[in-house]
Unconditional design. Structure first.
Length: 378
């Protein structure tokens, strides 16, 4: 029997970052998978139409497919596509949401670097936000004339590194298209928050909840790679969020186990560190990893990616089941939350009681210093 993950109000979208995993025998979307989870975010430029149709033909249900817009690859010097090409590629893959062509407000530290970036100044960031909105509006009008059905899936990508940038985005939208957000971006909105501060993530998630979620508008959060962030996003009913980090933890030999949230081990050596069965999830229950290590070591790692996903999804199902007025209490009871995270959940409760503006003013002095103010661009 294949286990199906329930449809969740707020759900995690696993990132498929390499082509070889798309081709591998282990997929969470295939009907041969021990559990079915038909959600994935892929890199627009490395996956082709044929691969996505292969995936779809191996599924029972409908695939929820997200892609990046390609803008990140452009600024890192890895490719040279424009906004029309970005739309065309997303349309060809029949993505479930079409993302606007966004330029992240960062510059690569070295030519071609995908990991090291220099933050832009506040002024520079605002200029990029405006540029992104102008391009997105142009894209929306082009979709209206050429692919009206795909325009229904079109989402604006909202970049922000602090709370002021969130407000700046809304002011600009109001200035350029008035109250016609749903007409231009009927697919919803994607928040791209470049920050590690959990309180800022909470403020952004709450902002998204007040501005969009409450009105039934789809919201995605890009690159949210930790359990703490997932806790915040589900509390604020963010529709979907992705993270490559948590799932790919297996690459740095971090295996999630029910007993110990993270266990480091080596998966590609000859010996598996556990004696006998270490997990009874649907992926591991019929596996003898000691044997598999000797026979086909790469399959150990691939199975453990699905194993990690299963345990992450279990956490998501659990968090989705909490009543919002008990969310804080239950989270504190079940997890070891530090003071920072307790403050984040208190912020959400305070918003419910006193509204966003009053609560924001009460908590804003806890925000970490804005990194954009300390680094200059060139
Ligand atoms: Zn397992």
């Amino acid at each position: 029997m294949v286990i199906k993950i329930p449809e969740l109000k707020s759900r995690y979208i696993p990132v498929q970052s390499t082509d070889h995993i798309i081709k591998s025998d282990v997929h969470w979307w295939k009907h041969t998978s021990p559990f079915v989870y038909p959600n994935v975010l892929i890199n627009l430029l490395t996956v082709n139409k044929q691969q996505i149709s292969d995936i779809r033909s191996n599924m029972d249900g409908e695939l929820f497919l997200l892609t990046d817009s390609g803008g990140f690859q452009v600024i890192s010097g890895k490719c040279n596509i424009d906004w029309k090409k970005s739309l065309q590629l997303q349309i060809d893959l029949n993505a479930s949401k079409i993302f606007a062509f966004d330029k992240p407000p960062v510059k690569p530290k070295y030519k071609g670097s995908l990991s090291q970036f220099i933050y832009m100044t506040d002024e520079e960031t605002k200029r990029i936000i405006e540029e992104n909105l102008d391009v997105a509006i142009e894209q929306s009008l082009w979709l209206k004339d050429n692919y009206p059905l795909y325009r229904e899936k079109f989402c604006y990508i909202l970049h922000a590194k602090n709370y002021e940038h969130l407000l700046f985005n809304l002011e600009l939208i109001n200035k350029k298209i008035g109250d016609k957000y749903n007409e231009y971006f009927p697919g919803g909105v994607t928040y791209a928050i470049k920050a590690s501060d959990n309180l800022l993530i909470t403020i952004a998630a709450r902002h998204a909840y007040e501005t969009f979620v409450k009105k039934g508008i789809y919201v995605h959060f890009l690159g949210m790679g930790s359990f703490n962030k997932i806790l915040i996003l589900i509390r604020n009913e963010i529709t979907t969020f992705d993270s490559s980090g948590m799932l790919q933890a297996v690459r740095i030999n971090e295996i999630l186990t029910p007993e110990n949230y993270k266990t480091k081990m080596s998966v590609n050596t000859e010996d598996f560190m556990y004696d006998g069965q270490f997990c009874i999830c649907p992926v591991c229950i019929d596996k003898d990893y000691n044997k598999l290590c000797k026979e086909n070591a790469t399959m150990v790692g691939r199975n453990l990616i699905s194993h990690n996903l299963w345990h992450l999804l279990k956490q998501c199902v659990l968090l989705n089941s909490f009543r919002k007025d008990k969310y804080n209490e239950l989270s504190n009871k079940l997890f070891k939350l530090n003071i920072d995270m307790q403050r984040c959940l208190n912020f959400c409760d305070d918003c419910d009681k006193n509204g966003f503006d009053i609560t924001y003013n009460k908590y804003k002095h806890y925000l970490k210093k804005d990194e954009t103010k300390q680094n200059t661009l060139f």
